[in-house]
Design a binder for this molecule. Structure first.
Ligand code: AMP
Length: 381
């Protein structure tokens, strides 16, 4: 059984530094093992662009998988051909084999049929458990589904169920919390969300652009003044769709962007010209906390302030903790993911208390943009 997972984990000096993605592959691997299958694990790692690059070998990741699994894992020095066949032949049914980085072959990213056939020849069936790679039409996520019986793995299933619960047919009112640095990177996300949610809560640097577009002087704040027209379009579309856009009414400002910088809370219409907005102010935080209490579903992407630097993590922390509390008490379905979101929620101590936190970056954002994900569409068809 071929199982496409995402083992593109953080590494330092040849050692895996965060095993979250590895742990998340275990339910599918164990399920298949329990049914007697030999589990042949496929993944990419980094961007070797069709070249065999030692520093992008999956061998150290196979060792980390062996530790997490608590069982022997056999490593195959190639994902196709004689090396792959030999590794598979040396393992029994019920055992796990990890094959070398798919992207050592240019055919992977080219969605090449011949390369897909070479992988398909190794097994009788295929499971895709890599939602985080589903936004790419690659040989191991797309072409292969035409060549073998194909199914979704447990992680893919969990992820799709969480996402469809949040935006497919959600319990209302549904709010989206969108933060982060710039609106230019999230135009499609905002454009899609205004047609799906009842309230669009905008924070972080991108809120500054909306404030600027509304005629507010944001001083030295990070803002994209050339995106003011786009911000106006989003506000007009939101009004037409009946989606309420919620912007900060007050902010934590400082003259410098550094830890322990002297800061003060001011109304957004009195930001000093020599200062920058780095977080929500207390009135905005309190307003968001009240609003969350009236919602049934929350989708979250991006921090609401410069959360890496205390005290500018206060807004993100307060709103994340309240979302977590309401979720744990059964009032709220909460789904988060993309970019810095996981780090921001972890910093708030809330990451384990949301209904679902996706480790998929690009795929989660493309889903928020309302796009069809080729890896999911291939399984459906
Ligand atoms: P993104 O990758 O677009 O989600 O942006 C995340 C980054 O936005 C984080 O590094 C935050 O520090 C940064 N950020 C959030 N709010 C602000 C702000 N008001 N001013 C400057 N940077 C911010």
């Amino acid at each position: 059984m071929l199982v496409r997972v995402d083992l593109n984990v953080p590494m330092h000096d040849g050692l895996v530094t965060d095993t979250t993605r590895i742990e998340r592959t275990l339910p599918t691997i164990r399920d298949l093992q329990a049914k007697g299958a030999q589990v042949i694990v496929l993944s990419h790692f980094g961007r070797p662009r069709g070249q065999r690059k030692l520093e992008m070998s999956l061998q150290p990741v196979a060792v980390a998988l062996q530790t997490s699994l608590g069982q022997k894992v056999t490593f195959g020095a190639d994902c196709i051909g004689a090396d792959a066949v030999a590794a598979i032949a040396s393992a029994d049914n019920g055992e796990v084999v990890v094959l070398e980085n798919l992207r050592f072959h240019a055919g992977e990213e080219a969605n090449d049929g011949t390369f897909a056939q070479a992988i398909a020849d190794l097994a009788d069936a295929y499971v895709n458990d890599a939602f985080s790679c589903a936004h790419r039409a690659h040989a191991s996520t797309e072409a292969i589904t035409c060549l073998l019986p194909a199914a979704a793995g447990r992680l893919m299933q969990t992820e799709l169920e969480a996402l469809s619960g949040a935006l497919g047919n959600p319990e209302r009112p549904v709010a989206a919390v969108v933060g982060g640095a710039k609106i230019s990177t999230k135009m499609d996300v905002l454009g899609n969300l205004v047609s799906k949610v009842d309230q669009l809560i905008i924070g972080g640097g991108m809120a500054n652009t909306f404030l600027f577009a509304s005629g507010i002087d944001v001083g030295k704040s990070l803002s994209e003044t050339d995106m003011a027209d786009q911000a106006h379009d989003i506000m007009a579309n939101a009004a037409a769709e009946g989606c309420e856009i919620i912007l900060p009414v007050d902010a934590k400002v400082a003259q410098t962007f550094e830890a322990g910088a002297r800061s003060q809370a001011v109304s957004v219409d009195s930001v000093p010209t020599d200062s920058m907005i780095l977080d929500l102010g207390p009135v905005s935080i309190n307003d968001l906390v009240q609003r969350l209490g009236r919602c049934r579903t929350v989708v979250w992407n991006g921090p609401l302030g410069a959360f890496e630097i205390s005290p500018f993590d206060a807004g993100t922390n307060a709103v994340a903790c309240e979302t977590a509390r309401l979720t744990q008490e059964g009032f709220l379905l909460s789904v988060a993911g993309g970019g810095d979101t996981v780090a921001a929620l972890a910093n708030a101590g809330a990451v384990d208390h949301f209904s679902y936190v996706s480790t998929a970056g690009g795929a989660f954002l493309e889903w928020l943009e309302g796009k069809t994900l080729p890896g999911v569409a291939a399984l459906e068809s």
